[in-house]
Design a protein around this ligand. Structure first.
Ligand SMILES: Cc1cc2nc3c(=O)[nH]c(=O)nc-3n(C[C@H](O)[C@H](O)[C@H](O)COP(=O)(O)O)c2cc1C
Length: 207
């Protein structure tokens, strides 16, 4: 993927599909980024409106949205289930680009969650079954014991997906592309739509 060709200075205004641009940027990042090109920070808000943000791995995406997988009983799980809105940002230092996404979230279907869970290494399946993510862990040995118990319980058998482990899809109402420019004259192109069914509108923003 060509850095210059995919840059915002070469953007063709007739290219009105932000998912195509997203794919090109992710592909370029995958070639250049030393680790986790699909890592994104996901922000949620708690019941008081206080934001919370953490990194996750974006595992699948299509025109419906951007999916990641997690424990639904974690802090993020509870906040996203209750507020049903999220913001996310990808930042690729190696290519000096950023993509911001905002919109409502929905849980992925049980079939999508199963498909992804079944594709994970067995050790990750056991670990996600053992972890009470975001709860206090008085002693690390508790986690290690739980992992050992589950390993014994599922020896020679497939590890079932825990009911509280699934994925969220962030369905974008806006996707903003940010491309580094000389002396902070960055380029910013915002794609936005009023509803998930509306057509995308493109707006250039001051840096
Ligand atoms: C690069 C990176 C990728 C991560 N990917 C995930 C992920 O896909 N799912 C997940 O639940 N946690 C992931 N984590 C851990 C989260 O950042 C976080 O610590 C955890 O999910 C608990 O967050 P919460 O307490 O806000 O729910 C990742 C952390 C890093 C640094």
């Amino acid at each position: 993927m060509d850095h210059q060709a995919t840059g915002l200075r070469n953007h063709n205004q007739n290219d009105s599909n932000p998912f195509d641009m997203f794919n090109n940027w992710l592909k370029l990042a995958s070639e250049k980024e030393p680790n986790d090109p699909s890592a994104m920070a996901v922000a949620s808000v708690d019941a008081t409106g206080l934001p919370n943000v953490r990194m996750v791995l974006m595992r699948r995406h299509d025109e419906r949205g951007f999916c990641f997988f997690t424990n639904f009983e974690s802090t993020k799980g509870e906040e996203l289930l209750s507020m049903q809105k999220a913001a996310a940002v990808f930042h690729w230092k190696s290519i000096r680009r950023q993509i911001r996404i905002r919109g409502p979230v929905e849980p992925v279907s049980p079939a999508e969650a199963d498909e992804y869970f079944n594709s994970r290494p067995r050790g990750s399946q056991i670990a996600s079954s053992a972890s009470k993510q975001s709860r206090p862990l008085p002693e690390r040995v508790e986690l290690e014991q739980r992992i050992a118990e589950l390993e014994a319980e599922y020896e020679g058998k497939p590890v079932p997906r825990p009911e509280h482990w699934s994925g969220f899809r962030i369905m974008p109402l806006s996707i903003e592309f940010w491309d580094d420019g000389e002396f902070r004259t960055h380029d910013r192109l915002l794609f936005r739509r009023r509803t998930l069914e509306s057509a995308w509108e493109q707006v250039w923003l001051y840096p």
